[in-house]
Design a protein around this ligand. Structure first.
Ligand code: ATR
Length: 281
């Protein structure tokens, strides 16, 4: 009888996670006998949870807030992306060893490849926000060979610290200086929580942006953020944040269940319906 594989998403809290819906959809679609469940693990419980992972029969899982950094030191092997981003979101077992990686940059880049493939010819990008998400996105941009990145943040020191960790291609600035850089940009990426339900709107007017610029937001609640609707009003090409969430999930599924799943319209619509009707945000 085939072994039933099981995987998890763990965090604290975890009830907001859409990952069980995404992986559950693929398990059904590909008729795989396996499970993917949300597990609450507090920071205190994390060391024990990880020590027992293999013994408890987990094939691996996703780690989310607040564990993405703490997981690091408890792994036998860590991939290059996780090392550069400084956070692990996916763990799997290989030859009896605990291995970890970060799939956010992959998810971001793969989503743009699908939604706005011309992004790869961008030369100058403005990234808004300097948190953990921005770190993954800057790694994706540099990996794609984009040579000039302006990093805009309310707290300038945070942007400077992040920019310095990536070298001379990334330059930090505050919001007040961002408007003057807009005409240079081929790609605009919002990684801040601005425009998320309940948060202030995106503060920069895009009228100075070029007409062929691509605008991408990693926020997916709402799916069309004020930043994206402003970009659409100007006729710009746009890419929403839901695709990154879906694509970042595929490498983990492949590691645990042995098959690379497809991100298709049916899955996307399932998550959109859940976002529209769900209370978990
Ligand atoms: P994540 O890890 O998801 O990127 P984060 O580390 O909380 O989340 O980062 C959130 C980003 O949104 C930061 O760049 C933050 O700016 P600061 O570094 O100055 O805090 C930005 N952000 C959040 N609320 C903001 C607001 N009201 N105005 C401007 N920027 C804001």
């Amino acid at each position: 009888m085939a072994e039933v594989k099981k995987a998890f998403v763990c965090g604290d809290p975890i009830k907001h996670s859409r990952s069980p819906l995404i992986h559950g959809h693929w398990l059904d679609q590909y008729n795989i006998k396996g499970s993917y469940e949300a597990v609450v693990v507090s920071p205190d419980e994390l060391p024990q949870f990880m020590r027992q992972m293999i013994e408890d029969g987990w094939a691996g899982g996703n780690f989310t807030i607040p564990h993405k950094q703490a997981v690091f030191e408890r792994l036998d092997n860590v991939d290059d992306a996780a090392r550069a981003i400084g956070a692990v979101n996916t763990v799997w077992v290989e030859s009896g060893k605990l291995c970890g990686g970060n799939t956010d940059a992959y998810g971001f880049a793969t989503n743009l490849d699908v939604q706005v493939p011309l992004w790869r010819s961008a030369q100058t990008t403005i990234v808004f926000g300097a948190g953990g998400a921005a770190r993954a996105i800057i790694f994706a941009l540099l990996t794609a060979g984009i040579g000039k990145i302006f990093l805009v943040n309310r707290t300038l020191e945070r942007a400077e610290e992040l920019a310095d960790s990536f070298g001379s291609a990334v330059n930090a600035m505050n919001w007040g200086d961002a408007g003057a850089k807009l005409p240079e940009a081929d790609l605009l990426i919002n990684t801040t929580s601005l425009g998320m339900d309940g948060q202030p709107a995106f503060p920069l007017d895009l009228s100075n942006a070029r007409s062929d610029v691509i605008a991408s937001d990693i926020v997916y609640v709402p799916l069309e953020t004020p930043f994206l609707s402003m970009a659409k009003t100007r006729g710009l090409q746009t890419s929403d944040g839901l695709g990154m969430l879906l694509h970042q999930a595929t490498p983990g599924f492949e590691k645990w269940f042995g098959l690379k799943p497809q991100v298709d319209e049916v899955l996307r619509q399932r998550i959109v319906d859940d976002l529209n009707g769900g209370t978990r945000q």
